[in-house]
Design a protein around this ligand. Structure first.
Ligand code: NAD
Ligand code: WQD
Length: 336
C-alpha cells in the first residue's frame, strides 16, 4: 500500500514510517519541518535500508496535497501533522485551530478530490477532559479543557460527519494516551525544542545533564503516592497500533474510534524511579506545586482496540525508560 504520512518526520510519525516500511508498505512523507528535522530521514534509512519519499510542505497547501496524492498514487493517509503544545494552544488558539482543524479539512477535501478515502488520524485522550473516573473507554463523554484538545475533538467530529455523508470514507481516530520511549536502535526518538513540557523528555534531559532536576508537579493528588498518574505507551507499540488500524479500516466504511494505551496507570515518582534504574543514577527531583490544568489520574480502557484490532501494548515501563535513555545518551542534543 502507498501511504501518505503527514507529519512523518515527527516523533510518532517517524516510528510509524519504520514499521510501514518493515511491513512492505510505502510511506510518502509530507512535513513542513516546523517541529522536526530532515535528518530523521537518514535515521529511518539506517534502520530500514529504505529512505522514504519526502516532500517538504504544509498540509494547508491544497494544490500540493492534490499533486502528491495523484503523483504517488496514494491509497491511504495517516495524518500526524499538527501542533501539540497544550499551554501554547491556550495562548495562541487561532494558530492551533488553523493548523490542526483547517489543516485537516484541507487534507480531507484534497483526499475527496483525488478519491482517496482511507484516513487514520492522530486524536488524543485529551478529548475526554476530566469528567470521568478512569479507566476511560471510547464511551466516556468528551469535554476537552484546552484549545489543543478541542481541535482534536473537532476533527474527530468532522470525520464522523463526513463518513455519514459518504459511505466510501473509512475514517479512524486513534486516541493516544501518553506516548513515550524510542526505537530500540537509539537512532530515532523524541526531540523537543526548548524546555520539554512533558515528563519523559524532561527526565531524559536531567539524566543526560541538560537539566538540573525534575520538578514533580504536585504530590497531594488523591493517588497512591500523591503524584499524577498517567497511561504511558511505548511509541513502537503506538506505531504498531497504526498498522493494525490501517489493516482493519482500509475498505471498511464508517468512523472508527480506538483508544491506544496500555491500560495501566503509572505515577510521576514511579517513572522517576524507573528512569533512574535505566540510566544508573538516582535522578534528582524537587516537589513543586501542581501544574495548572492537570488531572490527578487517568488511564485507558484499551479493550476495543484489543478485541477489534487484535492489538495490545506489549512494552513495559522499563522498556520505555531504557529505550528513551539509549536515544538520549546516543543523541544528547537531539537530531543533528
Ligand atoms: P511532532 O511534533 O513530533 O510531529 C508532528 C509533525 O507534524 C512535525 O514533524 C511537524 O513538523 C509536522 N507539522 C506540524 N504542522 C504541520 C503542517 N501544517 N503541515 C505539515 N507538517 C506539519 O508530534 P508527535 O508527538 O509525533 O505527534 C503526532 C500527532 O499525534 C500530532 O497530531 C499530535 O497532536 C498527536 N498526539 C501526540 C501525542 C503526544 O503526546 N506526543 C499524544 C496524543 C496525540
Ligand atoms: C505527565 C505527568 C505532570 C512534567 C500531555 C498532553 C496530552 C497528550 C500527552 C497530546 C503529569 C507530571 C510533567 C514535569 C511533572 N498530548 N510532570 N513534571 O500532561 O499527561 O499529557 O501529553 O495529545 O494532551 O496534555 O503529560 O508528560 O506533561 O505529564 O511532574 O516536568 O507528569 O504533572 O502528572 P500530560 P506530561
Amino acid at each position: 500500500m502507498r501511504i501518505l504520512v503527514t507529519g512523518g518526520t515527527g516523533y510518532i510519525g517517524s516510528h510509524t514510517c519504520v514499521q510501514l516500511i518493515e511491513k512492505g508498505w510505502q510511506p510518502v512523507i509530507i512535513d513542513s519541518l516546523v517541529n522536526s528535522k530532515i535528518s530523521v530521514l537518514d535515521r529511518i534509512h539506517q534502520i530500514t535500508g529504505t529512505r522514504p519519499a519526502f516532500i517538504e510542505g504544509d498540509v494547508r497547501d491544497a494544490g500540493l496535497l492534490q499533486k502528491v496524492l495523484t503523483e504517488h498514487a496514494i491509497e491511504a493517509v495517516i495524518h500526524f501533522a499538527g501542533l501539540k503544545a497544550v499551554g501554547e494552544s491556550v495562548s495562541m488558539p487561532l494558530k492551533y485551530y488553523d493548523n490542526n482543524v483547517h489543516g485537516s479539512l484541507v487534507l480531507m477535501k484534497a483526499m475527496k478530490q483525488c478519491h482517496v478515502k482511507t484516513l487514520v488520524f492522530s486524536s488524543s485522550a485529551t478529548v475526554y477532559g476530566d469528567s470521568s473516573e478512569p479507566p476511560w473507554s471510547e464511551h466516556v463523554p468528551t469535554s476537552p479543557t484546552n484549545p489543543y484538545g478541542q481541535s482534536k475533538l473537532m476533527v474527530d467530529q468532522i470525520m464522523a460527519d463526513a463518513s455519514i455523508s459518504d459511505t466510501a470514507w473509512s475514517m479512524t481516530s486513534l486516541r493516544y494516551f501518553n506516548p513515550v520511549g524510542a526505537h530500540p536502535s537509539g537512532l530515532i526518538g523524541e526531540d523537543p525544542q526548548g524546555i520539554p513540557n512533558n515528563l519523559m523528555p524532561f527526565l531524559a534531559q536531567v539524566a543526560v545533564g541538560r537539566r538540573e532536576a525534575l520538578q514533580v508537579f504536585g504530590n497531594d493528588y488523591p493517588t497512591p503516592d500523591g503524584t499524577g498518574v498517567r497511561d504511558y505507551i511505548h511509541v513502537t507499540d503506538l506505531a504498531s497500533g497504526h498498522i493494525a488500524a490501517l489493516s482493519y479500516a482500509h475498505g471498511r466504511s464508517g468512523h472508527h474510534v480506538f483508544n491506544l494505551g496500555s491500560g495501566q496507570g503509572i505515577s510521576v515518582l514511579q517513572m522517576q524511579r524507573a528512569f533512574s534504574k535505566a540510566c544508573g543514577r538516582d535522578l534528582p527531583f524537587v516537589l513543586s506545586p501542581r501544574r495548572a490544568g492537570d488531572v490527578a489520574a487517568y488511564w485507558a480502557d484499551p479493550q476495543r482496540a484489543q478485541s477489534t484490532l487484535n492489538w495490545q501494548a506489549k512494552k513495559s515501563i522499563d522498556d520505555m525508560c531504557q529505550d528513551t535513555w539509549r536515544w538520549q545518551s546516543q543523541n544528547p542534543s537531539g537530531y543533528p
